[in-house]
Design a protein around this ligand. Sequence first.
Ligand code: ADP
Length: 255
Amino acid sequence: PGQRVPLPEADDELRALAADFNALLARQEEAAQRLRRFTGDAAHELRSPVASIRVQAEVAVANPDPELARETLADVLAEAERLSALLDGLLTLARSDAGELSPAEAVELLTEARAAADRLPPGSPAVRVTGVVGQAWAHAAHSEVELVLNNLLRNACRYASSQIVVSVLPGHSTVRLVVDDDGPGIPPEHRDRVFDRFYRVGADRARTSGGTGLGLAMVAEAVRRRGGRVSVGESPEGGARFQIVWRSAGNVSTS
Ligand code: ADP
C-alpha cells in the first residue's frame, strides 16, 4: 500500500477530506494493479499463438514436402486468425478502459436479436427468438447490443447440442435479454469468474478451443458501463443461461 494522509484530530471537515483523499488513493492503486495484471495476462495470451506460428513456419521452411507445407500453413492461418481476434478484443477493452463511450440511444432488442440470429453461419444450432416487437427498448449504444448478442450467440452455438432460445422481456424500468442453450452449462463454482478477462472453464483453459477468453468480458463491460447487469445460471434444459439487464430507454431520466 502507498502512503496515506494521516487523519488530523479535532477538525471534522479536514478529517473527512483526508479520508476521501485516502479512499481515492486506494482506488487508484487498485486500478493500477488491475492494469498491470491485464497487461501481463495479455502478453501471456499473445505469446502462445505467436510461438505456435513460429514453430510451424520453421517446420514448413525446413521441410520440402509441399503437402506438409500446406497443412502447416493452414495451422498458421488458424493461429493468425486467433491472434487477430485477440488483438480486436484487446483494442475493444482498451477503448472501454479509456472511457470511450458511443452515445446511448433506444435500441429495440427483439429486432437486434433476430438480426444476430440471422447472421450466424449456416449449420449453426437452431435459434428460437421469443418476444414481442417494439416492447423492449434498451438504453445502450447499438454497437454494444450487437456485441452482446454476437458473443452470447457465438458461445451458445459452440456449446449447444441442438437448441438455443433467446428471450426478450420488457419490464417497467429495465429490459431483459436471456440466452439459453442445452449444452453442458457452466458449473456453479465458475459462474462468478466467467466474465473476467481471459477466464475459461474446464477443457477450454487449454486455449485450444479457438476462443480468446475475452468475449464475456467485453459483454460485461459493454453492459455495466450503462448501469446494466450480467449474470449466468442454468437454463431449463440444464445448459447455460446468460441474462442481461439494461435500463429501459423509456425510463431514462439522465443521459
Ligand atoms: P471464449 O473466447 O473462450 O469463448 P468467453 O469469454 O466468451 O471466451 O467465455 C469464457 C468461457 O466461458 C469459455 O471459454 C467457456 O469455457 C465458458 N462458456 C461461455 N459460454 C458458454 C456456454 N454457453 N456454455 C458453456 N460454457 C460457456
